[in-house]
Design a protein around this ligand. Sequence first.
Ligand SMILES: Cc1cc2nc3c(=O)[nH]c(=O)nc-3n(C[C@H](O)[C@H](O)[C@H](O)COP(=O)(O)OP(=O)(O)OC[C@H]3O[C@@H](n4cnc5c(N)ncnc54)[C@H](O)[C@@H]3O)c2cc1C
Length: 523
Amino acid sequence: MNRIRNLELNENTIYDIVIIGGGATGLGTALDAASRGYKTLLVEQSDFAKGTSSRSTKLVHGGVRYLAQGNIGLVRHALEERGILQKNAAHLVNKEEFIIPCYNWFSVAKYLTGLTIYDWLAGKYSFGKSKFLSAKETIKQIPGIKAKGLKGAIRYFDGKFDDARLAINIAQTAVEHGATLLTYTKVVGLTKNGDVVTGIDTEDILTGKRLTFKAKVIINATGVFVDDILKMNDPKSKNMVRPSQGVHLVLDRKFLNSESALMIPKTSDGRVLFAVPWHKHLLVGTTDTPLDEHSLEPRALKEEVSFILNTASEYFNQKPTEQDILSVFSGLRPLAAPTKSDGNSTKEISRDHKLIVSAQGLITITGGKWTTYRRMAEETVDLAISHANLKPQACRTKSLQIHGSTESTANSNLDIYGSDKTDIESLTAEHPELNEKLHADFPYKKGEVLWAIRNEMAETVEDILSRRLRVLFIDARAAMEMSRAVASILAKELQADKDWEDKQVDIFNKLASGYIYKPNNKN
Ligand SMILES: Cc1cc2nc3c(=O)[nH]c(=O)nc-3n(C[C@H](O)[C@H](O)[C@H](O)COP(=O)(O)OP(=O)(O)OC[C@H]3O[C@@H](n4cnc5c(N)ncnc54)[C@H](O)[C@@H]3O)c2cc1C
């Protein structure tokens, strides 16, 4: 995991597989390809999981909502993947209790039936049996829930994870299996031999250096950006994805005061809303707003924030207001666009993934879910093998342990590092100054910053505070307060000067101000 060393690559190497995009899909594909023994390169224009893959609801799930839509196949596969991921990344995927509050007896019958089917579909991968809780038991489980009119609840189990950390751990596993990964390397063009795509032209975003890489097959795993790459191949190609924005708010966990998550099964617009305890805070979301544009930093609309606050207020005893928002972030679902336009609704757009060979030598994979990244990667590499005539090798990821995987003891904030925890503890023990906390309200220590630079390819203050320590997503103001200390460790380690350090702080604080909700500004 060393970017500088990786940049000393030989441009004459012909890779078996080159992957564009370092989110869940691209990283999963790189791991699948490398673990089968293929010479693999992945390029990411920013940091790992900078796009949608750090902005999810943090659920490893079959998708109760898709069950309600009758999409049994999708749910069954996702439940199987949930079980596989829990086994292979035991330090990151935790079993979580979800509570569906019911205010009439019809809902009790309906959700208990639905969740019993959900359990049954999970088969040997079941996380536990769903059951009815009385109103009294429900309030005991979630003290912050609105008690008036409550008949009871259905309790079911699903998985919860830290999305960006899983991305980093998959990246580390891919490197351990021989893959080369380059962050801050943007694909700016495709090289061709006649009609056949033979390589990628890239630009190093940090230095401006141009490099070209050759490959037997190229995989476009760029999420909502897939159409940009497809247009590099054929400017007339039709759009494959329609972005749909999902917003999350982070609140103090006092609002539910519970270890369990709340699932609101039917919002005013017929969707579901989750309130999930996450890093000792409460993550509430999400929305589903069709957009015509995509960006790496999408911003929440005022109506989306109001919708989340209003819906939560219907179910929480204590009503959250705009002033309670510690951080607001948005992600874009790379929903596979339907062939026939469906107007402004994203409801009918398939949640399943799409895998296509769009040109000789160019394969595109998009859609799907974080939960199913492994299965999507397996299908993608299988297709790449047949398409590029690579020597067939069987997929190994079903039982392949992800870097760090170990049973969590859940007694320290370092548990999220899994088996790396002891090395981080040794690092801070050797250098007592690294034992210092970055902020009085958070457990993160300076040693974790140094660890991320040395072992997790973190290059900027944002990489550390957004996707290694997650503070930007939890409390944007606190993240700004930590930025100077983080920049100073980075500058020292990377031998950068004071100007660079100051610039890092400015860039980060500007970005972080977009995560602080300002109702009167365009956020
Ligand atoms: C609001 C929301 C909530 C969700 N919640 C869940 C959930 O709880 N559970 C679940 O299982 N799934 C969830 N999902 C779905 C899941 O997050 C996505 O399916 C998954 O993250 C998509 O990953 P990806 O790799 O395809 O895309 P991305 O993560 O967006 O990765 C694409 C990458 O490609 C890079 N890229 C783009 N163009 C270039 C270029 N020219 N050169 C180099 N790199 C490039 C981008 O920088 C980006 O990092 C959610 C999605 C959203 C939006």
